[in-house]
Write a protein that binds this ligand. Structure first.
Ligand SMILES: Cc1ncc(COP(=O)(O)O)c(C=O)c1O
Length: 498
């Protein structure tokens, strides 16, 4: 049986609502009959060119409205009319604010579910290698803290974060040549919280934000949820093409510029020093703040270190955000923000309103992990390990790549950015790849307007070294095969088979 879903990406209706309502139409007109299984989430996501979480949200929405029921081993099944009538009839959806509506498009119900389902060579992740997680040392330190500091550490503390950890963070930032006072650091539940906080403080619906494009999809989702217009500036091998900036700034007066200058996600590119200087000059001249996301800054596998943008900031217009997620482990949910002094009280107040402060035990655990010298060792070990994985992936690409597949050679971070030959569709290749137990991220999610249809992001940090060659070999085989059948790569209207 065939269902038709056509997405309008310009529409204000979130994609998950569009998918859900078109499935309801199909159920109502009888194209989808009671008892029929909907396409698997991953499959429908690949076909529609959306995040899997968007399809999952659509299916959750349908479930809440009683149109479908999830069945273990069977999938998502269209329910009977009788059952549908008994479903939640309060109508919460009609009560959602504009912000509430837009949140759902970004919400990923399934981060942990996805991780549990990993029976494939996952080159789609953005995760630090679990084999490096310092489990034993963490257990020892945690025990020590709870024995000796429990009365203090289990109490409420300042919204800024515990003082000793903020001092540690100033030392960590010195490795990025950033000098800030602990008074201007706010410890966060991951750097994503920082991007949300700064958006909450600075953005109004209708504002413009400039970002590199492609860029971190979490940031696109956050800015979108605040109802702003995103203006993309392309990235080349030297980072954001800042020569385009001045024109855009004069035209749209952006609220801020968001950038990942060092080992960018998804391209792995490091912005040149000349461009960093120029970016600061332009932003300073026009009084535009810059949000520097330095999540990968310390994961450098090259010969030279490029200092953080913040270290060159003479005007005090750079807000620096970073994280323990990539250099240590993401599940800690520890990040931080270094703000210009006049902004700090607002960020602290925002933080306090949301969750008072970040978990003290974890702050202190990582604080001691650093003070005892383990974090420094961990970073040295991680750099070596990821550098080896990067080179394994580059060697596998050299060996197996079909003619026309192009990729870059980053010197840090987690990702290789590649362009498919002959304009193949990344989404279609991904569909085949997943069938063959290999995954990557298709380019469009990294663009606010879903460009990048023939781009792919390959992650090398997460996959076990012994699987990297096999993963790339399979992927390259799929690309070669796809080239033999180019006519199947055009899809404006999506017709998933049910
Ligand atoms: C550039 C960038 N910033 C921020 C984050 C989010 O990190 P955190 O886990 O600290 O919220 C990520 C995660 O992928 C990222 O790639």
């Amino acid at each position: 049986m065939e269902i038709k879903i056509k997405l309008d990406r310009q529409s204000k209706t979130p994609l998950y609502r569009q998918i859900a309502s078109q499935i309801i139409d199909n159920i109502t007109v009888g194209t989808l009959k009671e008892g029929v299984c909907l396409p698997a989430e991953r499959k429908l996501a690949a076909i529609l060119g959306v995040n899997r979480s968007t399809v999952i949200n659509a299916y959750h929405d349908l479930e809440k409205q009683g149109y479908v029921t999830p069945h273990v081993g069977k999938g998502t099944v269209v329910t009977s009319v009788q059952f549908r009538e008994q479903a939640d009839s309060f109508g919460w959806q009609e009560l959602l604010s504009g912000h509430g509506e837009s949140l759902m498009n970004a919400y990923n119900f399934t981060m942990s579910e996805l991780l549990r389902q990993r029976d494939l060579i996952a080159m789609d992740s953005g995760i630090a290698a679990p084999e490096l997680y310092p489990k034993k040392k963490f257990a020892e330190i945690c025990q020590k803290i709870l024995f000796s500091e429990a009365d203090v550490i289990l109490q409420y503390d300042s919204a800024h974060g515990i003082r000793s950890f903020r001092e540690t963070l100033t030392s960590i930032m010195q490795n990025r040549s950033v000098e800030v006072s602990p008074d201007n650091i706010i410890v966060l539940n991951g750097s994503q919280e920082g991007l949300d906080l700064i958006s909450r403080i600075l953005l109004e619906p209708g504002d413009c934000v400039i970002m590199e494009e492609p860029t971190f999809l979490g940031a696109i989702d956050i800015f979108r949820a605040y109802g702003v217009r995103i203006i993309g500036v392309p990235v080349d091998s030297d980072g954001m093409v800042v020569s385009r900036l001045e024109n855009i700034i004069c035209r749209v007066r952006p609220k801020f510029i968001y950038t990942i200058p060092t080992f960018q996600n998804p391209t792995g590119v490091c912005m040149s020093m000349e461009r960093r200087q120029r970016l600061l000059e332009i932003a300073g001249k026009h009084h535009i703040p810059i949000i520097e996301d330095d999540a990968y800054g310390l994961l450098n596998y090259g010969e030279s270190e490029t200092p953080a943008l913040k270290s060159l900031d003479k005007h005090g217009n750079v807000v620096y955000v970073s994280s323990m997620s990539k250099m240590l482990c993401p599940g800690l949910r520890l990040g931080w923000m270094a703000t210009p002094p006049s902004l700090t009280p607002f960020v602290a107040a925002g933080k306090q309103l949301t969750n008072l402060h970040t978990n003290n035990v974890l702050q202190r655990m990582v604080d001691l992990f650093y003070r005892e010298g383990h974090l420094q060792d961990h970073i040295i070990r991680s750099r070596r390990y990821y550098s080896d994985k990067l080179h394994l992936m580059l060697a596998a690409l050299e060996k197996h790549a079909p003619r026309g597949l192009q990729w870059n050679k980053p010197t840090g971070g987690f990702y290789i950015w590649a362009t498919l030959p002959e304009n193949l569709s990344a989404i279609q290749v991904l569909q085949e790849a997943v069938k063959n137990k290999v995954s990557f991220v298709a380019g469009p999610v990294f663009y606010h307007n879903s460009d990048g249809h023939n781009k792919i992001r390959l992650n090398f940090s997460y996959t076990k070294p012994e699987l990297i060659n096999e993963g790339i070999k399979t992927l390259c085989y799929i690309i070669k095969n796809s080239l033999k059948d180019p006519h199947k790569w055009s899809n404006n209207e999506i017709k998933p088979m049910v």
